[in-house]
Ligand binder design. Sequence first.
Ligand code: XIL
Length: 339
Amino acid sequence: ADSLGALAAPINLRIGNAVNMDKLNVDATYTSLVANQYSTVTPENVMKWEVIEPTQGQLNFAPADQLVSFAQQHNQLVRGHTLLWHNQLPGWLTTGVSNGTISNAQLRDILKRHIFDEAGHFRGKIWQWDVANEVFANAWDPNPLPNGMNGDNFWVSHLGVGIVADAFRWAHQADPHALLFYNDFNIGGEDGTNAKADAVYAWVKSVRAQGVPIQGVGNQGHLDTQYGFSGAKLQDDLARYASLGVKVAITEADVRTFVETTDSLQTPTDSLAQFAQPFEFDQMLKACLAVSSCLSFTIWGVDDADSWVPGVFTGEGYATLHDTNLQPKTAYTTLQQDL
Ligand code: XIL
């Protein structure tokens, strides 16, 4: 049967995955899945600042360049991820800020330089850039600001809320043709009201009105079968951006559940999760399919053995489309049938 990428091509939708550069061109089965199934790729880690500039002033673009050329050889478009984020920052940066050797004024210059270095290096080669990642507050964050950003966020707390719009201005100067995205989780599909989704929408609307170059919103789509999720609500949350002239994408889809941790296949502990997991993937893809401004649907992790979930969420797994032996799961065939 046809690959996900090939099935989505006639409707102008790209299907992608996050690529682990420790496995690409190393593990043959993994590499052929990436090459054959997907029409867009995101570097899972190698475009993050800690990898790009491990020592101040010494830029390491080699692993990301390798992914960009792999993508070009396989007619895949690249989502750049990510320029402004509070995680996976280089040690010299976080240490310098915490011991006071980097002032806030210097921090601003360092961020600007980073965005020009990285977006400039890949200029013309990136389809969508996740310029800023996860700066808005969740319901559980103790210090939300009036505009909904997280007052405890590393960048916002040191440089103020305006730094996020500035990051988009700098990225646009460095690479005028890339589509610039704001990317976050818990901003679509949660049942009932979701203050975070509404805050992101209001911020995008207001900065667009000020001429800030932001062209897209990425909805990460990290779901868990134990929490409420509504595909109809996700569709609404995605669709409203069209009236702002803003594109959307599902950028990091996975659906985790509790698993038998001693079982190498990550069998769900609740047998109903065998149905809930593919169902939620199906609902996410259908929401994107129903919204013409939804440009791409990217899954976060090629297979369950490679997924970030077991390492971060204790006792959870089974989150991707392929099992730990890289065989397609029900979630895979479900998405195939949707396309
Ligand atoms: C994760 C990667 O998958 C892991 O390999 C890494 O150790 C930590 O980061 N939201 C994001 C992604 O935007 O960059 C994160 O990726 C997952 C959550």
